[in-house]
Design a protein around this ligand. Sequence first.
Ligand code: GDP
Length: 215
Amino acid sequence: MPTNPLQGAQFVLAAHRIQQLPADEGAEVAFAGRSNAGKSSALNALTGQKGLARTSKTPGRTQQMVAFSLPSVLRGETSQAAAARLIDLPGYGYAKVPEALREHWRHEIDRYLHERRSLRGVVLIVDIRHPLKEFDRMMLDFCVGTLLPCHVLLTKADKLSRNQAAQALTALRKDIGANAAVTMQVFSAPDGTGVEEARSAVMSLLASDTRAARV
Ligand code: GDP
């Protein structure tokens, strides 16, 4: 079994505003998705740490941006470790969130996506049983429009047969159309389907061009 490059992930802080996030340097990958899609479970499976991101029995914490550091994942030319992070964005669409807080997060996520220089790509978590919802489409449109790479995890694949899961992937490919900025795969946290592939995808995103180089 290959070693897991994400296993050293460590909780750094939870932020209510983007100014509270760690310094905007190095490289980071943001995890986004509708509430309950399986984002925390995916983060835990990818890092191999069961309790790193709390699953949605505690929705309070998912209403924050949570930064996890990845010690010495990226090495610069001087072989000095460059900062690498995973950012867990607040789950979108949780019914009990008051409208004012919802608006706050709409605004902060929008600013984060537009302004964060170290952001190298987005991992979008989508429940494989549900077609793309408005939030998912907004995120995909944003990524395509700004050439920000996006990797979609069609999660909870264990709830479907292998055949149905493959069909869902094909349908999503067709829906999104040929687009170099968007990659996608089938995933399941409990049975480990696609975990290795997703780790590689995160590593590729972290190593991808800076935003400045893309525009
Ligand atoms: P989040 O709100 O997006 O962070 O979602 P969570 O990771 O907390 O998951 C929401 C619910 O879906 C929990 O009950 C999880 O146990 C369940 N879940 C998450 N991922 C999977 C998966 O791949 N397969 C199955 N069967 N259940 C999952």
